[in-house]
Design a protein around this ligand. Structure first.
Ligand SMILES: Nc1ncnc2c1ncn2[C@@H]1O[C@H](COP(=O)(O)OP(=O)(O)OP(=O)(O)O)[C@@H](O)[C@H]1O
Length: 262
């Protein structure tokens, strides 16, 4: 298990530790010996083209799929051996939309709070705080159906945080959103890392979502090709930008800087 040194020099378990994970669908090998970790309170990007294996990895981390090879720990709790302890510390925003469109924002959140065993009064206070954090306080009584894609995503983020998980997974959270909404969602999550100390794994195929001081894990055809700070990945690929480093590592023709996708 990987550990992260705290400022006091104590060794703390990583927020997420993925070690030697492989997964196949029949003969199709989707993940091969994938290992990396996400430090507590840090923003880590999982960058890969469509089909790289990001969703498969998220399905294993969230225990939707059983694990056959390797191990996954969330704050030291093995997802296979202690799923309750592990999942209690995890919030997840899936790629597909998951709000109940016929319920109000408040109902969507309060029903989910009840699933986590959060009492009514505590849920009300928590929902109020979270809606303020995602800048959606004024839509609390609106039906989910009336929200834009970006607004729905904000509610899904609030819902994922109801039980105060110290680790948050987001799978292509900005997919299908316009450039302004994408930037807003990314800013909300980056702020949460700083203000609430949440460890984040942000899966994307959009290279312009990678920040200069992020940690990046590059996944390609089920294999980890890089796992380091962005400047280190750029340096060791002999590149001048993460875009160039990514293209070199996955064998793409370089793409001009103005394009949004990897
Ligand atoms: N249920 C399945 N049955 C067979 N093959 C699958 C299944 N799900 C995914 N795959 C294959 O496994 C590989 C990894 O897919 P996965 O969806 O995890 O990638 P991804 O990085 O999330 O891509 P995307 O962003 O397009 O969802 C791909 O080659 C995909 O075709």
């Amino acid at each position: 298990m990987q550990h992260v040194k705290s400022e006091e020099g104590m060794r703390l378990p990583a927020a997420l530790d993925v070690a030697g994970v492989s997964h196949a669908y029949g003969r199709k090998q989707a993940l091969s010996e994938v290992s990396f970790s996400v430090a507590a309170g840090r923003f880590t990007v999982l960058l890969g083209l469509n089909g790289a294996g990001k969703t498969t990895l998220f399905s294993l981390i969230s225990h939707l799929y059983g694990m056959r090879h390797g191990s996954i720990r969330i704050f030291g709790n093995d997802i296979g051996r202690a799923p309750g302890e592990a999942l209690r510390r995890l919030g997840i925003v899936f790629q597909a939309r998951t709000l109940d469109l016929d319920l109000s924002v408040y109902q969507n959140l309060s029903y989910h709070a009840a699933l986590h065993g959060i009492g009514r009064a505590a849920a009300r206070a928590r929902i109020e705080t979270l809606l303020a954090q995602v800048d959606m306080s004024d839509r609390v009584h609106d039906k989910a159906r009336g929200l834009s894609g970006g607004q729905m995503r904000r509610i899904e983020i609030a819902r994922a945080l109801l039980h105060r998980p110290p680790m948050l997974l987001l799978d292509e959270a900005t997919v299908g959103l316009d450039i302004q909404s994408r930037a807003e969602i990314l800013a909300i999550i980056r702020k949460l890392v700083v203000t609430d100390g949440i460890g984040v794994l942000w899966a994307t195929h959009l290279i312009d979502e990678v920040g200069d001081s992020d940690h990046v894990v590059i996944l390609d055809k089920g294999r980890v090709l890089a796992n380091d700070r962005v400047d280190e990945v750029v340096r060791s690929a002999g590149a001048t930008s993460i875009r160039e480093a990514f293209a070199a590592l996955v064998g793409l023709a370089p793409v001009s800087a103005g394009k949004g996708t990897a």
